[in-house]
Each structure stands twice: as C-alpha cells, then as structure tokens.
Design a protein around this ligand. Sequence first.
Ligand code: URP
Ligand code: ZN
Ligand code: ZN
Length: 464
Amino acid sequence: MSVLIRNGRVITSADDYFADIFIQGEKITHIGASLPHRADHVIDATNKLVIPGGIDPHTHLDMPFGGTTSADDFASGTRAAAFGGTTTLIDFAIQSKGRSTLEGLDTWHAKAEGKATIDYGFHMIVTDMPEERLGEMERLADSGVTSYKLFMAYPGVLYVDDGVLYRTFRQAGENHTMICMHAENGIVIDEIVKRAVAEGKTEPRWHALTRPTRMEAEGVFRSIAIAEVANVPLHIVHLSCHDALEQVKLARDRGLNVQAETCPQYLLLDHSYYERPGFEGAKWVMTPALREKWNQDKLWEGLRMGDLALVATDHCPFCFKGQKELGLDSFTKIPNGAPGLENRMSLIYSAGVAGGRLTLNQFVNLTSTAAARTFGLFPKKGTVAVGSDADLVVFDPDRRTVISAGNPDTHHMRVDYSAYEGVEVQGWPEVVLSRGRVVVDSGRQLLSGGGRFVRRARYGELLR
Ligand code: URP
Ligand code: ZN
Ligand code: ZN
C-alpha cells in the first residue's frame, strides 16, 4: 500500500516547508516538491499542515485505581487518541507490591494486545524494589521498557519511601534508563487531609485545598536531589504550578539532567472549577490538583523557555456517574484523574499557536518530538523524515470546534463528561495516519486495531 500526501506545509520541530510526502508501506520513503510518484491513495493537503503524529507519554488506560478502573481501555482510548491526532502513547504498567515487575508488564501487555489502534509503549510503575529485584530492571530495559514511574504521593497505594527511590534511581541510571516522578509530599498531604475531614470539610474542593503547591515543590526538590546523587536522568510528570517549576529551573540552571512535563489541564483550567455547585467539582479531582489561574502564564513561559519539555495529558478518565460518585460523601473517595487524551493536540495548537504563545515548531516539539527524544522513540516516531514511521497528521489550522461530550467530532473517549466542556478550539486533525494506515479521515474512523507495542531505546539512544 502506498500513500501520497500532496501540497502540505510540513512542520517538524525544526523545519517548515511545502512538500509532497510519499509513503510505502509503514515508512516515509520520499519527501520533495511535486513528487512524480503514483500511489494507491492520494491525500490533498493544500492549505493544511502536515505534522508528526502526536505522542502522549502519560496515559492510564484500563487502570485499577481509587476503588474502580479507568473508563477507557486500550480499544476505546487509542481510538479516541487517533481521532485527536495522537498516534503513539506511553501508558503505565503497574508492579503489584511484593511481586515481579515483569509480571506487571505481562498484565499490561495482555490488556493492550490486539486492542490498540495506534502504537503504544509502557513505563513501569515501581511499587517496591528490594535489592534482589534490581536485576529485573535490566530485563525490562531489554524488553523496551526504559523508564520507571515512582510516586511520593498516594501513601498506602503507590507511594514509595526515599530508600526505594534512591535504590531504583541508582539502578535506572546504571542501566541507561530514566525516571518519571510523581513529585508531591503525600505523607504531609495525608495529615492535612485527615484534619480537613475531621473538621467536616468533605466537598470536592477540599481535594485541592488540602494539597498546597509547596508540597509539590518539596517533592520536586527532593526527587531532584536524590536523582543528582544517584546519577539518573529525571523527568517530573504532570507539573502543575509555578512553585514546582521554580525548583526545576534552579536544577537546570545548575546543569542537572532534569526536565518536566505539564498537561493541558494545568495550562487551561484552574481552581475555580472546584467551586462549581454541588458535586460537579469532582470532575476535576486529579492529583496534582488544578491551581490558581495565575500559575498558567508561568507554565506557558516554562514551555517557551524549555524548562517544561513537553505536554502530556495524564489521561485517567472516570465517569461522573457511578465512578466519581464513589466520593459523594467525601472527596477522599473520589477516584483521582480526568480525561483529555483526545483533545490535547487541538487544545495546545489553539491556545498555543493560534493564541500567540507558541511557534508552530514549538507546538510540534511539545506534542510529539520532545516525547520521542525523551523516551527513546526518535527518529522512528516524532518527526517527518525519510525512514521514519508514517505516523502523520494532516492538520487543518483554521477549523474551529467546540469541545463537548455531546459533540461527535471531539469526544470518542468512553467517559460521560468532558473536562473541557464548551471550550472553543481552533485547529483540527483532519487525516490521521498510523504507520501508513489512514485510521481517521474527516472525522470518520477507517480502521481499528493494528496498533503495536513499541520497544523503546535506552536513554539518549536512537530507535530505528
Ligand atoms: O489524578 C491523577 N493524576 N490520576 C492518575 C494517577 C497519577 O497520579 O498520575
Ligand atoms: Zn502521577
Ligand atoms: Zn498519571
């Protein structure tokens, strides 16, 4: 099967030019002006951008959490991702406490295999790491899982202490792999939560009011210090506020190998969502919580200046009915997380590029290339180049849409609300190709399934 994309404006993290792109099978084989090639399928990209498919390196599909399971599985989640212009995601496999990480990986392979429409990889969530298990980390890396997420939050669930952090960090560094950190002091936060509940403060807004930004900043500072001593590259996930960003900047100014991601919810939504009437604020109960609005300008500045390396979603959807409602009597029982996988590309293009905050090259970098480089997918993924996978999006930069759970153009996620309900966006992924297969065209899904597990390279190595 061959595909020719004609007359598009090709944008990578570095380039911006008009060209045709010829795809043979799964790969881009030619790029040039007025290519003479004949193809089985021709796509007219006049007046459109041609960009690398989005890479979302932070999703939680089919994840048991908060007494329930995230509402999207690998079938519905990857389908929604494709509609939104994302062609690769990295999800989180979980080690059950006291058991093998390799067993955890097998469980997540079984969840994804045969269901995914786009390609996917896994980070491994480490919940304990005794000396005798450290050897598993090399085996994980050999099987293409080259990053590990650890939690300072959620005591009694995913939390690990500083000893586990140091041991895992050191081994990850020795193996040329990297660490993803949920940086928030969960122990102190739990104390604040207990006091609030004892005082009868149980509405959703107390989820946010019991999580001071200082406790995120402290987690960022502490994980950076441990990573420096353990000599491992560190990626702070879902950074939400100025307070935490300052710690990242200080470390980077000292030359440390530290970077961070933020998410559309922290760039575009704010604390006022918790003040909505009744139980509605539960829709935005996530960790870290939404912050005061003034933080948003600081995060955009962090993206522009490079202290924030990329934009991921932390897509962790729970239906309002039946799932978020588990916490009707107390915010402590509301499953933490919100949907967003499908909307990331349009939201960031709209608020970023159309909003005058980002260049087109920065948009591509933040939504695709930086994740590919950070997580061992480049140059197979994350760029438009001869030899790269033909994961491409023909993006209409002008089309406007209103995001809504009721809008079939913007909502294919299996969750009964949108975190961005009523937000108008400019920019629309019109045609989406995954390894040369046209999976979405003008809002219609043409193919489902066919997504594959991608073995990622070790830190700093290329994947071909
Ligand atoms: O609230 C969130 N973020 N839920 C997903 C788990 C995590 O901490 O990433
Ligand atoms: Zn987290
Ligand atoms: Zn997460």
